[in-house]
Design a protein around this ligand. Structure first.
Ligand code: XMP
Length: 497
């Protein structure tokens, strides 16, 4: 008889086999297909992509641009909101600069600008020109010194041929046409048309400035009927914060600027750091809509929800530029992670955001069917006009940089961007990268990408016999496929042109 401590070769083999048998299977996008279902849909317009981003925020289509420094600043955030989704401004900026990005996004997509830029009458034409250029506007409202009462308006036309040392008072249009607070859009349009003007200041009875309506903003609003908007008709925009250092001060500044949702951004979201951050932000700003992640397990989702989040972001190592799984050996294939977290999300009525790995509208359909309410995307939006960065040319082809936020390149200078100063003490030899830097083909406007993505998703809903995302989640039936099934799913036996 064997002694208790004696372990044979067979014991080792069999216990390893048992352990492997006990392994849970993890599946991802290319492992499964959705089984087609009867559909009464005769046109894609009969589908509705409205979905919940978080406990209290609804968006009009389920795509969220990633909080990465090569994906989302104000231009991307505005484009995402206009298409019906939302963008999350990345956090690798000083508090001031990140706040300015939120303000810029809120402002550029609004029909009524709440705090229009002003200049005082004694300033020069040169001052007016420089200020307009800096703030990227075509006109300024003119006030008296130390007052917010309007006395004029100065636009590009007024200063075009003026002497730069003239004063604003010399060239401005005095007594501009104005309207009172509470004016409707139709009425504003009629006034702008009647007087052939482009800017309509909103003033109270004492002519104190209360806002500004411009023709450009009215046109924009009618061009984007699907825009995700806040209570004031401005584009929805989110912003990311970290779990260390200035995150409380940053949260306060971003919320004050009008950020509709904050995202606690940490690679390992099932951690004490993340949970504490969630509790601290929720305690200080109880009305703040708060997303946190990333997690990849039911327990991770449950712990974040119990800490107080309004949505859970799911995905560890699934992103196109991620090497977390290579470096740490950790992660869960994305569809399984979403299915596990969505079960918990349903119990608490908290939406799940799938983050990373989505490459096509087919992937998007699968992950929504698996229980995600929305999808954060990075690489699909990198390389567009609206993503930060310049277009590079290599061998006659155009590219933009898209990089992981834990890549070496992103970490160089990250501190200087966050804090506003550069330190030569940072020892990069100690840095262990969990992301890569890549070039993605230049793709033009993000609007076209989103049209393809939402069009494909609408067809995906129809194949599931569903008019809405929740209906698809009810109807969805997944089938696991073999390697041969996967090969068959892609173009084969032809030379693709
Ligand atoms: P996609 O696949 O859309 O993924 O490009 C975007 C998501 O990837 C995550 N991300 C990273 N993950 N190392 C990682 O392991 C990184 O350096 C990194 N940077 C971004 C992030 O969740 C993003 O939304």
């Amino acid at each position: 008889m064997k002694s208790k401590d004696e372990v044979t070769f067979d014991d080792v083999i069999f216990s390893a086999v048992d352990a492997i048998k006990a392994f849970k299977e993890g599946l991802t996008f290319d492992d499964v297909l959705l089984v087609p279902k009867y559909s009464d849909i005769t046109s894609r317009t009969q589908t509705d992509l409205t979905t919940r981003l978080s406990r209290n925020i609804t968006i009009n289509m389920p795509f969220v641009s990633a909080n990465m420094d090569t994906v989302t600043e104000s231009a991307m955030a505005v484009a995402m909101a206009r298409a019906g989704g939302i963008g999350i401004i990345h956090r690798f900026l000083t508090i001031k600069d990140q706040t300015a990005e939120v303000l810029r996004a809120k402002r550029s997509g609004s029909v009524i600008i709440e705090h229009p830029y002003t200049i005082t009458a004694e300033k020069t034409v040169r001052d007016a020109h420089n200020y307009s250029e800096k703030m990227e506007v075509s006109g300024l409202l003119v006030t008296e010194h130390n007052s917010d009462k309007i006395i004029g308006i100065i636009t590009e036309r007024d200063i075009l041929f003026a002497d730069s040392s003239d004063t604003v008072a010399d060239v401005m249009t005095t007594d501009p046409i104005t309207a009172g607070p509470g004016i409707g859009l139709g009425e504003a349009k009629a006034i702008l048309h009647k007087h052939r003007i482009e800017k309509l200041p909103i003033v109270d009875e004492e002519r104190r400035i209360r806002g500004l309506i411009t023709t450009r903003d009215i046109i924009n609003a009618s061009n984007y009927p699907n825009m995700s908007v806040d209570g004031k008709g401005r584009p929805l925009v989110g912003a990311a914060v970290g779990v260390k250092g200035d995150f409380m001060e940053r949260s306060e500044s971003l919320l004050e600027a009008g950020a509709d949702v904050l995202v606690v951004d940490i690679a390992h979201g099932h951690s004490e750091n993340a949970l504490n951050t969630v509790r601290n932000i929720k305690r200080a700003f109880p009305d703040c809509e708060l997303i946190a992640g990333n997690v990849a397990t039911a327990q991770g989702a449950r712990d974040l929800i119990r800490a107080g989040v309004d949505a859970v972001k799911v995905g560890v190592g699934s992103g196109s530029i991620c090497i977390t799984r290579v470096i740490t050996g950790s992660g869960v294939p994305q569809l399984t992670a979403v299915i596990d977290c969505a079960r918990v999300g349903r119990d608490y009525d908290i939406p799940i955001i799938s983050d990373g790995g989505t490459r096509t509208s087919g992937d998007a359909t699968k992950v929504l069917a698996a229980g995600a309410s929305s999808i954060m995307i990075g690489s699909m939006l990198g390389g567009t006009d609206e993503s930060p960065g310049t277009v590079l040319t290599k061998n006659g082809k155009r590219y933009k940089v898209y990089r992981g936020m834990a890549s070496l390149a992103a970490s160089i200078g990250r501190k200087s961007k966050e804090t506003g100063y550069t330190s030569l003490d940072d020892d990069l030899n100690d840095y262990v990268a969990e992301g890569v830097e890549a070039m993605v083909p230049y793709k033009g406007s993000v609007t076209d990408i989103l049209k393809q993505l939402t069009g494909g998703l609408r067809s995906g809903l129809s194949y599931c016999g569903a008019h809405t995302i929740p209906q698809m989640q009810e109807n969805a039936e997944f089938i696991k496929m073999s390697r041969a099934g996967f090969a068959e799913s892609n173009p084969h036996d032809v030379s693709v042109m």
